[in-house]
Design a protein around this ligand. Structure first.
Ligand code: FES
Ligand code: FES
Length: 229
């Protein structure tokens, strides 16, 4: 049997087709026809904000989640975006798969699934991690923040989200949730002192569209506000 190969560089277009959360080609063409890219970006970020407000997060505060896992090996408890979650998992699951497939938090993207692209970046106890390389059991009893939980409870965007909009720091947007989560961590770690330092400490997050210049500018805009909080 031929071994299945995994591309080391994510193909946002192909991945978008593979993921259940991605809109169909027709829907994307329609959206493109109706919206400017800036409007589309704001809408996408607002959508993840709505999810963060707990409108559709199974299992939150109501015991075991309505999980598609049929062979759960263990029941784990997390704090996800400020809400307590308890759910059964297959012990082989990555944190990324649990977030996306069991909790329907599809902001974190599966790019390479090998720790090479940063599309899956989330915060674990305030530190950025590649959730594709993090076993879900490692998160037991810990606090997870995803892009859906970054905005304020009243819906206001996080300064980093707003800065990405202000600088058009994306094209296809596939890498953007991971870029934003890594960017917030980069600032909090004290590694956003210069454009060179930002590039160095954001080097684990790849952007196939090459929006790097705008991403650095967005981080420089948001850094003072985040540092002041
Ligand atoms: S999906 Fe590429 S680093 Fe996790
Ligand atoms: S991969 Fe398209 S915006 Fe980064």
């Amino acid at each position: 049997m031929r071994e299945k190969t995994t591309p080391t560089v994510p193909d946002p277009g192909a991945r978008a087709k593979e993921t259940a959360d991605a809109p169909s080609t027709g829907a994307r063409l329609l959206a493109a026809a109706l919206l400017t890219r800036r409007q589309f970006t704001a809408g996408s970020i607002a959508a993840t904000t709505a999810a963060a407000s707990g409108l559709s997060l199974p299992g939150i505060g109501c015991g075991p989640a309505d999980s598609p896992v049929t062979n759960a090996d263990a029941t784990l408890g997390f704090i996800v975006n400020g809400a307590r979650v308890e759910l059964g998992i297959d012990l082989r699951s990555s944190l990324l798969d649990v977030l996306r497939e069991q909790l329907q938090l599809t902001g974190a993207k599966k790019g390479c699934d090998h720790g090479q692209c940063g599309a899956c970046t989330v915060h674990l106890d305030g530190r950025r991690v590649a959730s594709c390389l993090t076993a879900a059991v490692q998160a037991d009893g810990r606090e997870i923040t995803t892009i859906e939980g970054l905005s304020a409870s009243d819906g206001r965007l996080h300064p980093m989200q707003q800065a990405f909009i202000d600088h058009d720091a994306l094209q296809c947007g596939y890498c953007t949730p991971g870029q934003i989560m890594a960017a917030v961590a980069c600032v909090r770690e004290g590694n956003a002192g210069s454009a060179e330092q930002i590039r160095e400490y954001m080097s684990g997050n790849l952007c196939r569209c090459g929006a790097y210049t705008a991403i650095v500018a967005a981080i420089q805009q948001a850094a003072p506000e985040i540092e002041g909080t």
